[in-house]
Design a protein around this ligand. Structure first.
Ligand SMILES: Cc1cc2nc3c(=O)[nH]c(=O)nc-3n(C[C@H](O)[C@H](O)[C@H](O)COP(=O)(O)O)c2cc1C
Length: 226
C-alpha cells in the first residue's frame, strides 16, 4: 500500500474510534447541576439534530428550546398532574408500582436549565397521505405498512442531539414519558397542526455519572442473512 493510501486509511480509523468513544460514553442523564448551558452550545446541539437523515430529506422536525423557568415549571406541573390522574385509574392499580416511577421518570426534565421540545410531522408522501387512505387503509395500517418515516426521521435527529450534547460535556436524556401530558404540553408550547410533540430532551451539566446499563452484544442483536 502506498504511503498516500495508508494516510487516507489512518483518518477514517481515528474517526471511527472517536465516534465509538462518543457513542459508548453517552448516557441518559437524569440529574443536573444548576449550571446553565451556553447558548452557542444549544445552537450546536440543535444543528447536530438538523444534520440527521430524513425521509425524502423533508427534515420534518422542529426544536423548541425552552429556557423559561416559569414555562418549565408549568410543564412539570402538567406532567405530574397527568401521572397522578393515570395513577387514580382503576386500570392502573395492578401496575401502580411501575407507573408511580413516572412521578420522577417523566418529570426530571424540570431540573435541567434547558429542555428541547422535539416536534415532528408526517412524511409528506401522496402514497401515505392520499392513496392508501383512499384505498381504505386506516392511519394505523398506513404506519404499519410504511414504517412511519416521519417518526423514524426525528429519532435520528434526537440521537444526533444527544451525542453532540455528550461530546460538549453536557448530559441529556431522550424522554417520551412526559407525553402522558401531551395535549397539555402542546398547549403550553403553542404547538399547532401539523406538528406533534414527540419527545422532550432536557440538557444540562450532569450531576451524576451512571454506569453503562446492560447492552446486548453485537451477536445477540444481529444476524447475517446470506
Ligand atoms: C424513545 C425513548 C424514550 C425514552 N423516554 C424516557 C423517559 O421518559 N424517561 C427516562 O428516564 N428515560 C427515557 N429514555 C431513556 C432510556 O431509558 C435509556 O436510553 C435506556 O435506559 C438506556 O440507557 P442509556 O441511554 O444510558 O444507554 C427514553 C429513551 C428512548 C429511546
Amino acid at each position: 500500500m502506498s504511503n498516500q493510501a495508508q494516510a487516507a486509511m489512518a483518518q477514517p480509523e481515528s474517526l471511527a474510534e472517536t465516534l465509538e468513544e462518543v457513542l459508548a460514553g453517552r448516557r441518559s442523564i437524569r440529574r443536573f447541576s444548576g449550571d446553565p448551558v451556553r447558548e452557542e452550545d444549544i445552537r450546536r446541539i440543535v444543528r447536530a439534530g438538523g444534520l440527521a437523515p430524513s425521509a425524502g430529506n423533508q427534515q420534518m422536525w422542529r426544536f423548541l428550546v425552552v429556557r423559561s423557568r416559569a414555562l418549565i415549571d408549568q410543564m412539570h406541573k402538567a406532567v405530574l398532574e397527568a401521572v397522578e390522574d393515570v395513577l387514580s385509574w382503576e386500570e392502573s392499580r395492578e401496575y401502580e408500582g411501575r407507573i408511580s416511577g413516572m412521578r420522577n421518570g417523566a418529570t426530571f426534565f424540570a431540573q435541567a436549565p434547558v429542555t428541547i421540545a422535539v416536534l415532528s410531522k408526517a412524511y409528506d408522501q401522496p402514497l401515505d397521505l392520499h392513496v392508501l387512505p383512499a384505498r381504505g387503509y386506516t392511519f394505523e395500517q398506513v404506519y404499519r405498512l410504511r414504517g412511519d418515516p416521519g417518526r423514524q426521521s426525528v429519532g435520528g435527529a434526537i440521537q444526533n442531539m444527544l451525542l453532540m450534547a455528550h461530546a460538549l460535556g453536557y448530559g441529556a436524556c431522550w424522554m417520551c414519558g412526559p407525553l402522558v401530558a401531551g395535549p397539555a404540553l402542546e398547549r403550553l408550547l403553542k404547538v399547532e397542526e401539523p406538528w406533534r410533540l414527540v419527545a422532550l430532551v432536557p440538557v444540562g451539566v450532569p450531576a451524576q455519572s451512571p454506569g453503562v446499563p446492560n447492552k446486548k452484544s453485537q451477536e445477540e442483536i444481529s444476524a447475517f442473512v446470506d
